[in-house]
Design a protein around this ligand. Structure first.
Ligand SMILES: Cc1ncc(COP(=O)(O)O)c(C=O)c1O
Length: 460
């Protein structure tokens, strides 16, 4: 436990910054010491709170944001959370344009903070009318008394990190920092760090951690951004162009980290260090670990837990999602087991009994966000399948029907195949039916839905 407690903050915005630093203890850092600045502990949950506050206060000072005004931004999520938090405390309206690859949980959080969220396509680039940054620039012209924050070129963004993040690191590390590792979304963090360290400690290396698919690492290494842009799952970092706020010449080295490495690092961090971090922190810490392990002399290295992993529980901390995306490899069994995402032998299938009420079956469908359940007898034998369409048929216009047994509503002869069936035969059944039950002399193995099959096809 720390020895001193600060006196109460008078407003949540005062709690932005002054985040703690944690030394990595149980991961392999080679001859180096690696430290994590826990930006997840900002009130909005990420490193972006700092610049959101600075950009709004700079706009107030410059007269660009007046009482009753609207804050507008194109954001991948965390900047939006920071802005929505600042807007709610200062009484501004906040409208955010968000690409559709962002985690739904972030959007729920933004809306709950009172922000208006407009979701747009993530598969288009700069210059396309649906590109999130172009869309918001257009809206800024149309909405009166609005302030377009533009984190990608707003000078208050790197300034926030130059004047708060970087000096905090310097102080916490007792003035001994050999390298800092950061990602680039807008470039604010890395540019702010570089400006500060170039002044107080020019020997400190400024290192970019870039997701595979982003064009930035190549630009650091060769001076020219990669011509091919890929896609990546980690959120908040990586770009298809060099943002104005990224002073790329100050970056001394770059690492490209692919999604599977980033997600493995995030999970290792939780198990070994007890910190639940967001996906991009895996890219950052993955790059920092590589740098540390490459060194031949001891160095003191700092990187960030840029946001909290609580926002990604249903993705990066969900084995089924990881498997569906191909991030966790399961040993192939060479039969339909390769396609069943939730195996009965692993107690992973949600089922019900024929004697359960329809209400119980329906409750399970809603709870797990699924559309059908295998029905198994109390001995574990397959008895049927109950889905939304069976429940509609059995209940519409019939009073008290939700207390009827599942046996009255289920399909007792659903499409069923043995484990040895070929995937092609299952595909044929799924062209008409919504699910196939896999059951043979060895018992019930699981359910193959259309989504399971599509995931299998896309993986292979
Ligand atoms: C989730 C997340 N957001 C933002 C950043 C940095 O973004 P920016 O370049 O906009 O400061 C990072 C990494 O440093 C990050 O991991």
């Amino acid at each position: 436990m720390s020895e001193t407690l600060a006196s109460p903050a008078q407003n949540v915005l005062e709690m932005i910054g002054n985040t703690p630093m944690l030394k990595v203890n149980n991961m392999d850092t080679g001859p180096c010491e690696l430290f994590l600045k826990l930006e997840n502990q900002n009130p909005g949950g990420s490193i972006k709170d700092r610049m959101a506050l600075e950009m709004v206060e700079a706009a107030e000072r410059d007269g660009k944001l007046k009482p009753g005004g609207t804050i507008l931004e194109a954001t991948a999520g965390n900047t939006g959370l920071g802005l929505a938090l600042v807007a709610s405390q200062k009484g501004y309206k906040c409208i955010l344009v968000i690409p559709d690859k962002m985690s739904e949980d972030k959007i729920f959080h933004l809306r709950a903070l009172g922000a208006e969220c407009i979701i747009t396509r993530s598969d288009v680039s700069k210059g396309h009318p649906d590109y999130y940054a172009d869309m918001v620039a257009r809206m800024a012209k149309e909405i009166p008394n609005s302030f377009h924050v533009d984190q990608f070129s707003n000078p208050a963004n790197p300034y926030a990190h130059e004047t708060t993040t970087a000096p905090e690191i310097w102080e916490q590390m007792g003035g001994k920092v050999d390298a800092v590792v950061a990602g680039v979304g807008s470039g604010g963090t890395i540019t702010g760090l570089a400006r500060f360290f170039n002044k107080v400690s020019p020997g400190t290396e400024i290192i970019l951690a870039d997701p595979e698919g982003s064009v930035l690492a190549e630009a650091v290494k060769t001076g020219t951004p990669a011509t091919e842009v890929g896609s990546w799952v980690v959120e908040g970092i990586g770009e298809d162009y060099i943002p104005d706020n990224y002073e790329i010449k100050t970056t001394t080295k770059a690492y490209t980290i692919d999604d599977s490495e980033a997600l493995a690092v995030v999970r290792e961090l939780l198990i070994k260090e007890g910190i639940i971090a967001g996906s991009s922190s895996g890219t950052l810490i993955g790059a920092a670990l590589r740098y540390c392990r490459e060194q031949t002399t001891p160095k003191r290295v700092v990187t960030f837990v840029a946001d909290t992993g609580n926002k990604y529980l249903s993705k990066i901390f969900n084995d089924y999602w990881l498997r569906d995306q191909g991030f966790i490899e399961r040993k192939s069994t060479g039969d339909l087991m390769d396609i069943i995402s939730r195996r009965h032998s692993e107690h992973a299938v949600v089922t019900c009994l024929p004697t359960d009420t329809i209400e119980i079956a329906f409750g399970r469908l809603k709870l797990y966000g699924i559309s059908q359940l295998p029905v198994l007898s109390d001995k574990g034998d397959l008895a049927g399948l109950i889905g939304e369409r069976h429940i509609i048929k059995a209940t519409a216009g019939i009073k008290g029907s939700f207390s009827l047994p599942v046996a009255d509503a289920m399909d007792s002869t659903p499409p069923t195949v043995p484990l040895s069936t070929s995937p092609g035969e299952v595909v044929e059944i799924l062209k008409e039916g919504t699910a196939v039950l896999v059951n043979d002399a060895d018992g019930f193995h699981g359910l193959i839905t259309r989504v399971d099959m599509i995931n299998y096809i896309s993986r292979s």
